[in-house]
Design a binder for this molecule. Structure first.
Ligand code: ADP
Ligand code: MG
Length: 900
């Protein structure tokens, strides 16, 4: 029986159907233009771009230009890449242009889809950023799609970490720029630490198309980008606290596995107070509730979390005396990423490795707030619908499900639930054996490195040759994934390993052609291609007959989206395929959320060893459990974002001010306003409203004026004059300081003076802002602790952050006014020295920031530091055509990079 909703959908269609239907006529118009554009010469295609750009310049809307632009782009892609874009790709391109997320399944050709929206929006030459999840993809896509843009007469660039500044600036100056989310975010932060406009890399934030948008805007959005520098060493405190943790018992704290949070009970608090007092970490007579204890409470908390919530080899690994995090979604190591707020140090103390100095934040931004900078944002992914609410709420992005080019023929089997993990794994190996025997390629998905290795060992024991993908290099990974569809291939991968590369049945023709040409450069490319295509067609046929790609998942992930990503690896472009999920009552998701009902059912059924329950009901209830976890995770991200929004508002103000200062020729007005404010504040302090002259602290006033304004005026006498009021004093102080500054300007020379003002202002802003960031961090942990007292932490945080910001601005004004009042004209030589010193300081700061960011982004990309010829894990990410780092003299791909 059909539900009312289902019947209604049949009659009226879903909102998504209606969006697609409404957009079809536009596609029809593009199609109708095809014959006209097919006839154009290569030069005429470029000329069309120029004409369209001119029309855009003249005020015609991009929407009006869309049909012609898309037709031109389709023709250019057909000529340069040999790919004629499907109608579904045009649809996707339209939705991107309209600022939506286009959900297009894996293998539907999203790379080309993006090109349409990028081209259309590139016509205004304001810059379009195409964002990828890793550098390998940024380079691959820029090279691949760069051919299309080139044929159209637009420029393409790629920005990656470690690139020389001027080259990177040039990449950002291109019409279309490919880059990773990390690089874009870091460049934004670095740009806002510069002191000259011409040093900045990014030209603005016009339009970004984010590929694998769910990865970037949801999974990665949990960790902000941070540029930081080391602070003082506090290893000892971490060690003392670490030693304390094992003495805590269950009644001292409560552990919430779901929210990954710990709280201390009253007993716990008492016990801790005693212990900490004995160790002189809190003073006699103080309690943990005193504000002064905030820092120590915070660190004890982190120590407990480190012990109880972080597992070695699951959440992190210890390698070469360092604690390296593992990405829970991809199972990859994340060298360079550190947990913040002393949590990483607490884990280091727990593992007894060297405790790295804590870092202080020089600049930071979340991806949410970075991507909200863009005037327009679009995204693509195979899996967005389950997170539609979050995209809408946080980014204002709608999700449109674009139909596949060919209907999906894949079979998704019901979940099979075993009693134990052992039975589950054994069943999986059996299935792989069966499939492998008939040549069906298998992709085995796991949720962690540990499980990958376990399954790999079992496959080896069963005598099945296979590849394991985890924590390796993107390029390598991409190559292996590209071959995972070959006849009889067996590949084990953590959830998103090799994302961005699709698995084609029978292997990847392009790769084979490149490799063959490489082995025999003299050969005729056309010949080779024909040969390989023939072989490939034969192999593909066999794989099709064997049933296409078989995806076996060893667990359900917390999020349905991640499961769908894995499923979507199979059945691309209408290929046959099959997916099965193997679960057990011992799985995390089952353990935390699984119903006792299920266990009862299993017992009632009296399952024998190795038997599983398979029923659609199981899928349903699991999906409900997942939806619950997803909702909870969304709430956590939302909460985090609310906190970050407070800082974001302030960051926007500061970055905006910096920019204005850099752009301004003359800052005299600004610094004069500042001085006026300082004078107002002095008067407010020393001549408070509604007071009389005899109540004023004229001595203090006099001293403060000398200190802050650097003028020695008879304040005491002025204040004793008959009828004197604040207005008179204000005017006299302004006059005295105006004269002082005028003298200085004369002595320095007008231009020098303007220059000094600029440098002083920027420097003061940077220093104050940095201190302020640290204060905000502390404030955050403090308000977290205060929630004990039933106050809303967010509100507390907002109010206090606002006050702190005002205080910072006050002290900034004072600082600048005071310094400007103190500068002395000097000899030519002194002056030169001073300017040099200033420049050097600025350069050093920049270098520190660049280094920090480069390191972070490089490490996020590459492997361990310390190159060792004999240890492939230290080689980073060698190009396929580079010489092999082992020193054999062979190309990497023919040596250690060879793919079996
Ligand atoms: P996605 O990112 O959607 O998973 P890709 O952009 O990586 O897909 O493309 C997958 C494959 O499909 C590539 O090998 C690409 O050459 C191919 N492809 C893309 N568009 C077309 C097209 N219009 N016609 C034929 N093949 C296409
Ligand atoms: Mg892709």
């Amino acid at each position: 029986m059909l539900g009312i909703g289902t019947i209604a959908k049949k009659v009226f269609g879903t909102p998504n159907d209606r969006k697609i239907k409404a957009t079809r006529p536009l596609v029809a118009r593009i199609n109708a233009l095809e014959p006209e554009f097919e006839k154009l010469s290569d030069d005429e295609i470029k000329a069309r771009t120029a004409e369209l750009a001119k029309r855009a310049d003249g005020g015609e809307s991009l929407d009006d230009l869309l049909p012609e632009a898309f037709a031109n782009c389709r023709e250019a892609a057909r000529r340069t890449l040999g790919l004629r874009a499907f109608d579904t790709q045009l649809l996707g391109g339209i939705f991107l242009h309209q600022g939506n997320i286009a959900e297009q399944k894996t293998g539907e050709g999203k790379t080309l889809t993006a090109t349409f929206a990028a081209y259309l929006n590139g016509l205004t030459h304001k810059g379009v950023h195409v964002v990828t999840v890793n550098e390998y993809l940024a380079k691959r896509d820029a090279e691949w799609m760069g051919k299309v843009f080139g044929a159209l007469g637009l420029t393409t660039g790629v920005a990656y970490s470690g690139m020389p500044e001027d080259q990177k600036r040039a990449a950002y100056a291109c019409d279309i720029t490919y880059a990773t989310n990390n690089e874009l975010g870091f460049d934004y932060l670095r740009d806002n630490m510069k002191s000259n406009l011409s040093d900045m890399l990014q030209r603005g934030h016009n339009f970004a198309i984010v590929d694998e948008v769910d990865s970037i805007l949801i999974d990665e959005a949990r960790t902000p980008l941070i540029i930081s520098g080391p602070s003082q060493d506090r290893s000892e405190m971490y060690q003392i606290i670490d030693a304390l943790i094992p003495s805590l018992t269950d009644e001292h704290y409560e552990l919430d596995e779901k929210t990954r949070n710990v709280t201390f009970t009253d007993e716990g608090n008492e016990f801790l107070e005693e212990q900490l007092r004995a160790r002189e970490l809190i003073e006699e007579g103080m309690t943990l509730y005193d504000p002064e204890s905030t820092t120590i409470v915070h660190h004890v908390n982190q120590g407990l979390r480190a012990h109880k919530l972080f597992q070695r080899d699951k959440d992190y690994i210890v390698r070469d005396g360092a604690v390296t995090l593992i990405d829970e979604f991809t199972g990859r190591m994340m060298p360079g990423r550190r947990l913040s707020d002393g949590l990483h140090q607490a884990i280091e103390a727990k593992e007894g490795v060297d405790i790295q100095p804590e870092n202080v934040t020089l600049a930071s931004v979340t991806f949410q707030n970075y991507f909200r900078l863009y005037d327009k944002l679009g995204g693509m992914t195979g899996t967005a619908l389950t997170e539609a609410e979050e995209f809408a709420e946080i980014y204002g992005l709608g999700v449109v499900e674009v139909p596949t080019n060919v209907p999906i023929a894949r079979v998704d089997e019901d979940d099979a639930v075993y009693r134990t993990a052992r039975e589950k794994y054994e069943a999986m190996i059996e299935r792989v054996k069966e499939a492998h025997a008939k040549g069906q390629p298998c992709l085995v998905g796991t949720t962690s490195i540990e499980k990958s290795e376990q399954l790999s060992a079992m496959l080896t024991a069963a005598g099945i040759e296979h590849n394991v993908l985890n924590a390796r290099q993107h390029e390598q990974e991409a190559q292996i994934i590209a071959e995972a569809g070959k006849l009889g291939a067996v590949t084990i991968a953590t959830n998103m390993a090799g994302r961005g590369t699709d698995i084609q049945l029978g292997g990847n023709v392009e790769l084979k052609v490149l490799d063959a040409l490489d082995a025999d450069p003299e050969a005729d490319p056309a010949n080779i291609r024909a040969q390989i295509e023939a072989q490939h067609a034969e192999e593909k046929q066999k794989v099709l007959e064997a049933g296409g790609l078989y995806v076996l998942a060893s667990e359900r992930h917390e999020s349905r989206r991640i499961d769908n990503q894995l499923r979507g690896r199979s059945g691309r472009q209408g290929d046959p395929g099959r997916t099965s999920f193997f679960l057990s009552l011992e799985d995390d998701l089952m353990r935390i959320f699984g119903s006792e009902r299920l266990e009862k059912v299993l017992t009632t059924l009296g399952l024998k060893d190795g038997e599983a329950i398979v029923h659609p009901w199981v899928n349903k209830s699991l999906e409900r459990a997942q939806a619950k976890v997803e909702g909870r995770n969304f709430d956590i991200r939302k909460q985090l974002l609310k906190f970050d929004d407070v800082m974001n508002e302030q960051r926007k103000v500061i970055f905006g001010q910096r920019r204005e200062i850099m752009e301004a020729d003359n800052l005299n007005e600004i610094v004069t306003d500042m001085r006026e404010q300082v004078i107002d504040d002095l008067i407010d302090t020393y001549m408070p409203p509604k007071t009389y002259a005899d109540q004023w602290d004229t001595q203090g006033f006099y001293a403060a004026v000398i200190e802050q304004l650097n003028v020695d005026v008879p304040i005491i006498a002025w204040c004793e004059e008959d009828g004197v009021d604040d207005e008179v004093i204000r005017e006299r102080l302004m006059k005295a300081t105006d004269e002082l500054m005028a003298k200085k300007a004369e002595a320095f020379g007008e231009e020098n003076m303007r220059n000094i003002e600029k440098q002083l202002l920027l420097q003061a802003i940077d220093t104050k802002w940095r201190d302020h960031l640290l204060t905000l961090e502390h404030l955050r942990s403090v308000v977290g602790f205060r929630s004990y007292a039933q106050r809303d932490p967010l509100n507390e945080y907002k109010n206090e952050a606002f006050q702190l910001f005002e205080t910072m601005l006050d002290s900034l004004r004072q600082d600048v006014t005071q310094k400007l009042g103190q500068i002395q004209p000097m000899s030519e030589e002194q002056r030169r020295e001073m300017m040099q010193e200033m420049a050097a300081r600025q350069a050093a700061m920049q270098a520190a920031a660049s280094e920090a960011a480069d390191e972070a982004s490089e490490q996020a990309e590459a492997a361990a530091p310390g190159f060792d010829e004999n240890d492939p894990s230290t080689w980073g990410n060698p190009g396929r055509n580079d010489p092999c780092p082992c020193g054999s003299g062979k190309k990497f791909k023919h040596c250690h990079g060879q793919i079996t």
